[in-house]
Write a protein of this length. Structure first.
Lengths: 267, 271
């Protein structure tokens, strides 16, 4: 039984990884063929780094992820603090229900609904093409917000309400009480939300696809257009770089977390 | 004092509420508005009546979504169970291994199957070198395979996270009362992991039904409802028709989610 379960899990992981590993292998192919391996070469990495569009898109993607995750974290944390104080009723129910919409809806529907909004206002303002940095930013902040709110809210609920009261009794103004007492208590939730928003923005294709214009492209959009025509192995090289970066980030994150877990246990 | 500070706290959620109305609620109103208007903005039912053309596509998408979800569930449930039985260290590594493909762009994951299944992909080039006739592998099976491959981690993780926190004293009690392995799994583990199964089903079904990239790449010409929507917005620019298809898709998904949640609540009560 034990061996059987080991074989089973091995097969599942083989299924999950074999295609990606093949893709990585073929990124080192010296030939242009995408199905016959002829020899090791770094040629496609060189080709990739000579493409200006890829490098620009890389910068765009990181810029978008940083800006949208910071905005959604600030806005989302503020929202969570407020929602936490709402009394049960229509206001709370409707805010929570609409917050869940971007998580429940198929991404393609979120994407086209925002596109319709932008295009409509673009026409009203008589601008030719409104789709670009700003519209992608709005879209990214919108789909990141629920994740930030839903990671910060539980932390707020766990925080002892009397702490802030005590700080105010001791002479703190409400704002200062928040920054001195409540904020430190919910920081782990805020950081989780920030990381989540950052990775969601980095990786998003579908919503970006419908809200972006030719002027501002992110890496997923570049990958999409690379796979639209006949694919050259430089797309595999790009995929390999992305895969390895995620692997490194995940290991680092995991390492940091196991360290902090060990610390908690010692306490 | 307390009241005033509560009011202040409520006020700082105001920017979000404005954002929420502008960019979550308003876009959905626009979907409805475009569904019932012509290009020039006149009221019409044309976009809705035209939908009958797409009924087969809708049915195909839903069917593929159900197939992919069921296959994922069958593969993921034992996987999650086995992972949850290992030591903490091994669990952590395995969860990391499940998450890694999840964070890799789904475009890359889908395309990696193109590399294998394409008409001049790896399988066919091996066949050709063995002097065999190439086979056509792209099609409906490849699309379902692509969905399973892409969304399997989204089924494993929620089921695993419920199983990892299961109260094993219940399991032990069942064993003490004479339940054999199969009974314990059927009467204890499966009912207790239902919340994870339900969120796993949602996380696989919704993106499968609405996908367009997977079918574009692996379908060999097969259209899903996502493809039809994508074309209205990126190719033919018929936003009104695209909006009405999206509206129906959204309603279909919300209804099926509601039905499933009701179903699973009742199921829990029975068990």
């Amino acid at each position: 039984m034990k061996n059987l379960s080991k074989i089973y899990v091995f097969l599942v992981f083989a299924f999950l990884y074999a295609p990606i590993l093949l893709l990585i292998l073929f990124s080192f192919n010296s030939a242009t063929s995408t199905s016959v391996f002829e020899g090791f070469s770094l040629k496609w990495y060189r080709v990739l780094f000579q493409k200006e569009a890829v490098l620009t898109a890389l910068g765009n993607t990181v810029l978008m992820a940083v800006v949208s995750s910071v905005i959604s974290t600030v806005l989302g944390t503020a929202a969570a603090v407020g929602i936490d104080k709402y009394k049960k009723g229509i206001a709370k129910t409707s805010v929570m229900a609409t917050t869940n919409i971007p998580m429940m809806n198929p991404e393609i529907v979120t994407g086209i609904s925002m596109m319709l909004l932008f295009v409509f206002f673009g026409r009203m303002l008589n601008k030719g093409n409104v789709l670009g940095f700003t519209t992608i930013l709005i879209a990214h902040v919108t789909f990141c917000l629920p994740y930030v709110i839903l990671t910060v809210l539980p932390k707020l609920r766990q925080t002892d309400k009397n702490l802030a009261e005590a700080a105010m009794d001791l002479g703190c103004k409400p704002g200062k009480a928040f920054f001195k007492v409540v904020l430190p208590a919910i920081t782990p939730g805020i950081i989780t939300g920030l990381i989540m928003a950052f990775t969601l923005s980095l990786d998003d294709f579908i919503i970006t696809y419908f809200t972006s214009g030719p002027g501002f492209q992110t890496i997923p959009i570049v990958i999409y257009s690379m796979t639209k025509k006949s694919v050259k192995p430089d797309m595999y090289a790009l995929s390999t770089i992305i895969f390895v970066s995620i692997l490194v980030l995940l290991i680092l994150y995991n390492f940091a977390q196991s360290k902090s877990d060990a610390k908690d246990k010692k306490k | 004092m307390r009241r005033r500070s509560d009011l202040g706290a409520k006020l700082i959620s105001a920017p979000y509420v404005v954002w929420d109305i502008l960019f979550i609620v308003a876009p959905l109103i626009f979907v409805v508005y475009y569904s019932f208007t012509t290009k020039s903005g006149d009221f019409t039912f044309d976009n809705i009546t035209q939908l009958s053309r797409f009924i087969p596509t809708f049915i195909r998408s839903i069917w593929f979504g159900i197939e992919a979800t069921l296959i994922c569930l069958v593969i993921a449930f034992p996987t999650a169970y086995i992972i949850s039985q290992r030591t903490d260290r091994i669990q952590r590594t395995m969860v990391l291994l499940v998450m890694l493909p999840m964070w890799t762009s789904f475009l890359i994951r889908t395309y990696s199957w193109m590399l294998i299944l394409d008409n001049n992909g790896i399988i066919n080039s091996v066949l050709t070198s063995l002097n065999q006739a190439p086979v056509r592998l792209l099609g409906s099976n490849a699309v379902v395979l692509g969905m399973v491959y892409n969304f399997l981690p989204y089924m494993i993780l929620p089921i695993y996270s419920v199983m990892a926190k299961l109260d094993y004293s219940m399991v032990e009690a069942a064993q003490d009362l004479g339940g054999n392995r199969a009974t314990v799994i059927k009467r204890c583990i499966i009912p207790m992991s239902m919340p994870g199964v339900v969120s796993g089903i949602t996380m696989v079904f919704v993106p499968s039904v609405s996908t367009f990239y997977i079918s574009q790449k692996l379908g060999g010409g097969i259209d899903l409802i996502g493809d039809v929507i994508e074309r209205q917005f990126q190719l033919t620019q018929n936003y009104n028709l695209g909006a009405s298809i999206s509206l129906v898709l959204m309603v279909l998904i919300l209804v099926s989610m509601a039905v499933m949640n009701k179903f699973s609540d009742e199921g829990e009560m029975v068990l």
